[in-house]
Design a protein around this ligand. Sequence first.
Ligand code: AMP
Length: 568
Amino acid sequence: MSRRKPRSTGAVHGIDLGTTYSCLASVNAAGVPEVVPLLDGSLTLPSVVLFLGADDCMTGEPARSQARSRPDDVCSLVKRRMGDGDWRFVSSGRSWSAPAVSSLILKALVNDAALNSGPVQDVVITVPAYFGDEERRATVLAGEYAGLTVLDVISEPIAAALSYGFARLDPGLVKGPVEETALVYDLGGGTFDVTVVELAERRVAVVAIDGDHELGGADWDEKLALHLSHAFRQAHPDAEDPLDDSAGAQALVLAAERAKRELSDRADTVVRVEHDGRRVDVPVSRTDFERLTAGLLDRTVELTRSAVAAARNRGLGRLDRVLLVGGASRMPAVAARLTSELGVTAELADPDLAVAKGAAIYGEKKAVERLVLGDLVTRGQLADGAPLSAAAPQDVDAACARLGEALGLTTERIRRTVQVQVLNVCSRAFGVLALSSITGEPEAVFLVHRNDRLPVAVRRSFGTVHDDQDTVTVRVVEQGGGAESERLEDNKIIAEASITGIPPGYPAGSEISIGLRMGFDGILELHAWHEGLADRPLTVQVETSAALSQADVARERAQVARVRRRDR
Ligand code: AMP
């Protein structure tokens, strides 16, 4: 393999930090997004870490294939733990939070890319659309632990749609109307997202989202593994159940995953189960597999229907395309079921690589936009911090031309890159706790709702409870289940902050104004005012309960930095 010439460090790379596989992409000199191969030539890295000692680890395929011999030191599916502040993986006397384990996967990707095609510093990382505030912050932290500058996190279906939109508009590939409505069905290894998007030239607008981040291809593996263990026990009733032993269970799940993939291409397969000195060959047909897992597919269809209904409520009646992304959408039952359910032929859209490529397209937009903004500010044509839309179009054109000349690219290419536009919606409802006027008990009052267009800023008035109340505690809640519910137990309290030092003399019911703002990145901010302290509003960047303490972060940063990778 020959080394490529280094890229400019101004590049922004896109990273798909997947539950089961991860992938890194960048936009090449011709403006086309491409995946940067790993040193072994593969395009995706299994998101698996094997801890070999306190400061040594193995990542990717070698970690996965050695998993059987050291099941307690292997960490996989860590993405499902993102945002869970209490979860730790413990191995060789060290404990690792989900961002810390994820950072080792990021480091492996980035180090390979650096050796293959040049340094990686600024990145855009993708997350499932369904990720809430805590999971997004945890993802940013993983990037920081890996020494990266995370310019943004964007939703996987948006990235997939950007990548699809890019390919669709590539000269010679234009087919059908330029504006269309697409449903992106993204069934990855551990998460499921369904998103309805409007696609126009270089513009993706999310209309509705739904999903479940506890549902993915790994659940199909588990169902099949259960079936295999059952068949093994029937054949050898006196032997130990492979699922009762962690090495046996790992091996069975790996065999199930392999069989699942085989059944995407053929109607039958035979799985050999070896355990406790016994073995059995279990024939499995695609029909058997589909019957075993029908409930899982039904669940994705239910969520798909709910996203389509939400899009309809927003006035979108027609679906032009159904795009399948995420490796597990390769199972033939997925396309067949969606096609019959939605009346539109479901098509596979580069399922493993589309997300990383879309992130790279968005990353390039960020990089170029930064340079164009800098140029306009330097020339006094735009105030520092103002958005590009505030600049005069002719000034933007001139800045694009100057930048194009400096970088050796056409003005058109720069302009098209800057024009990439993404409009997103909120993935969950957010609000505050207030005492019910009927029961007197705390209940959730939602200010921001799922599918509200981002950025969103909402303000609502509440009243104090007592005369002379000197402190007001504001608790921010995030919708817990699939639908909004006022009940405290159905929601997650993600932050708590207080307005203190309210002067005496204000009666019960005096005004507290609460503002919630969510930026494009899905990260929430709270503002609160009491009428007596209007000149001193309380502004909190929501520090979620899942956030690690500063001491934890410092310790983990050092711990990650010490780790040596022993993959080869
Ligand atoms: P992703 O998170 O998008 O990389 O998807 C990974 C998931 O896709 C894993 O559960 C894989 O087992 C699954 N997968 C990959 N290829 C296939 C295939 N050919 N048929 C069925 N599932 C697959």
